[in-house]
Design a protein around this ligand. Structure first.
Ligand SMILES: C[C@H](O)[C@H](O)[C@H]1CNC2=NC(N)=NC(=O)C2=N1
Length: 76
């Protein structure tokens, strides 16, 4: 589940291996590009951590972040 941490929505995802993690990231990237709203994220092997906020609004959580989080959850 997404947590609110320091003005960011945060969620961690774990996959079977790097291939699965990167496939997920590719899908997220396509959605992000379509929404013109892009994640801050890290990937180490099978783990992906995503931090969402809106830099245009001064690095706070906005409706755009909640929408992107929901769309990402829809991929799982
Ligand atoms: C010009 C462009 O539309 C903006 O910079 C968009 C792009 N993607 C973005 N992504 C995020 N996370 N926050 C933004 O404020 C944002 N702004």
């Amino acid at each position: 589940m997404w947590e609110e941490k320091k003005n960011q929505l945060y969620r961690s995802f774990e996959f079977k291996d790097f291939k699965e993690a990167f496939a997920f990231m590719t899908k997220v990237a396509l959605i992000a590009e379509k929404m013109d709203h892009h994640p801050n994220w890290t990937n180490v092997y099978n783990k992906v951590e995503i931090y969402l906020n809106t830099h245009d609004a001064g690095d706070v959580i906005t409706d755009k972040d909640h929408k992107l989080a929901k769309a990402i959850d829809g991929l799982l």
